[in-house]
Design a protein around this ligand. Structure first.
Ligand SMILES: CC(C)(COP(=O)(O)OP(=O)(O)OC[C@H]1O[C@@H](n2cnc3c(N)ncnc32)[C@H](O)[C@@H]1OP(=O)(O)O)[C@@H](O)C(=O)NCCC(=O)NCCS
Length: 413
């Protein structure tokens, strides 16, 4: 086996999602804000969004997702040699979320552990760094655990309010992966300093130039794809799925339209029925089937691309075995990666371990009053000495229970 063949077999070996126990229905939010519900349901493509209580934070969701990935895929915590948490909503300016998670998952002391931040791009940065770590031989046969964990908050009555959400996706990166191998050659990157979305150190809420951020995302897609596969106009025909970063579901449509335009050689418009039909068919075949989890969970920032991968694998790992897919990660600010992966034969066997639908079905629908009260409580939560998870209807999990002597406390209840 030559070096390239060895590299080709690196990729995602395990995947799991964890998120908050409550959600807000988008119709309820639209009515409360005096907006036509069709704007959120059809214009943005969202049905529900996950809302975290003050006791559910980036650490608890990351630890929950990490435990599910290790247990569900029979991975010994002692085999993890690198732990990376990608997040833009950490709990401390200095101490990484990853080091809390390291302890909570009982990982080895020789496991290298750190946090990555680049808006929604942090987990893709962790994934590619882990692939390089394995390919270089430094891993010495161990695996990497990469966890995307975030709470997207834009604030009440802002344009970003309907594009909130919360959740974590954990993935184990390994040689001989059981789910998705990633081609180490057809992978392209893009970086450009732009002010499309940011969160100053003094703010719990993100600032976004929303429409500009969409433009920056699309420019990044074009450039990263050219870096990955060149100026070819026949990439899509060899793919069985196109997965995108999904801050809201409609963004995936805009992204796919742009990819198709790159191959079509011109703008696709509703006024040209034939080309629009081409776009609709391509979107329905390659993108739409894997957006249902995003529509029910909302924006989870770093994890949203990987949520589409979970959706694809839980539904179609069998029929797409051996087939190629594209993945595009975008983080505002901005950074992006476009790559080509291959669904591993036998990935279907792990459908039960990665499907989060039972978790989602158990969630509680919050009223608008509860949602607004939760946001107000969250404002204070970092400084409260004692928080009672049961007062938010939470039990049977790991929760943030207050900050004592400036130290965050986590308790399993
Ligand atoms: C996404 C975002 C910019 C939308 O803001 P907005 O100005 O309130 O919404 P818009 O007026 O653009 O409407 C959104 C969509 O709903 C459509 N829409 C509006 N009213 C509608 C209605 N009654 N029925 C159906 N669709 C409707 C609009 O036509 C638009 O669709 P289009 O983009 O395909 O044209 C805003 O939610 C935001 O800033 N989010 C955070 C940043 C973000 O997610 N960026 C993404 C890239 S990282």
């Amino acid at each position: 086996m030559n070096g390239n063949q060895a590299l080709k077999l690196t990729g995602i070996d395990a995947l799991a999602f964890a998120g908050p126990a409550g959600f807000l229905d988008m119709t309820d939010l639209a009515r409360a804000r005096g907006v036509d519900p069709s704007k959120y349901l059809n214009g943005l493509g969202q049905r529900r969004m996950a809302i975290a209580t003050p006791c559910e934070d980036t650490v608890t969701m990351a630890a929950d997702a990490g435990a599910r990935a290790l247990e569900g895929f029979d991975i010994d915590p002692a085999d993890i040699g690198t732990l990376i948490v990608g997040t833009e909503t950490g709990v401390d300016h200095s101490k990484p979320v990853a080091v809390y998670v390291h302890e909570l998952l009982g990982l080895d002391q020789h496991c290298r552990t750190f946090e990555t931040k680049h808006a929604c791009y942090g987990a893709m940065a962790g994934l590619t760094a882990s692939m390089d770590w394995i390919a270089s031989g430094r891993s010495r046969g161990r695996k990497a655990l990469v966890i995307a964990s975030d709470i997207a908050r834009y604030g009440l009555n802002t344009p970003g309010e309907p594009t909130q959400g919360a959740g974590a996706v954990a993935m184990v990166v390994a040689d001989q992966p059981r789910l998705l191998s990633i081609d180490p050659v057809r992978i392209g990157d893009y970086t450009r300093q732009v002010m499309d979305f940011w969160r100053p150190l003094y703010s719990k809420y993100a600032f976004a130039d929303g429409h500009y951020s969409i433009q920056c995302y699309l420019d990044a897609l074009v450039s990263a794809r050219i870096d990955a596969v060149g100026e070819r106009d026949d990439v899509l025909e060899s793919l069985s799925a196109c997965l995108y970063h999904v801050p809201f579901v409609k963004m995936a449509f805009k992204a796919h339209k742009r990819q198709l335009e790159m191959e079509f050689g011109g703008e696709l418009s509703r006024d040209h029925t034939e080309s629009w039909q081409l776009l609709s068919q391509s979107f329905e075949r390659l993108v739409a089937p894997w957006l249902s989890l995003n529509a029910d969970i909302g924006n989870i920032y770093t994890g949203s691309l990987f949520l589409t991968l979970i959706d694809l694998l839980r539904q179609s790992a069998d029929s797409l075995a051996g087939r190629e897919i594209s993945l595009f990660s975008y983080g505002s600010g901005c950074g992006a990666t476009y790559c080509i992966g291959n669904i591993v034969d036998g990935a279907d066997r792990w459908r039960g371990a990665l499907d989060p639908v039972a978790q989602l079905d158990a969630r509680r629908r919050l009223s608008i009053e509860e949602y607004e009260a939760l946001l107000a409580d969250t404002e204070l939560a970092d400084r409260l000495e004692r928080l009672e998870p049961s007062s938010y209807g939470l039990e049977g999990g790991l929760y943030y229970t207050g900050t004592r002597d400036h130290c965050r406390q986590y308790t399993r209840i």
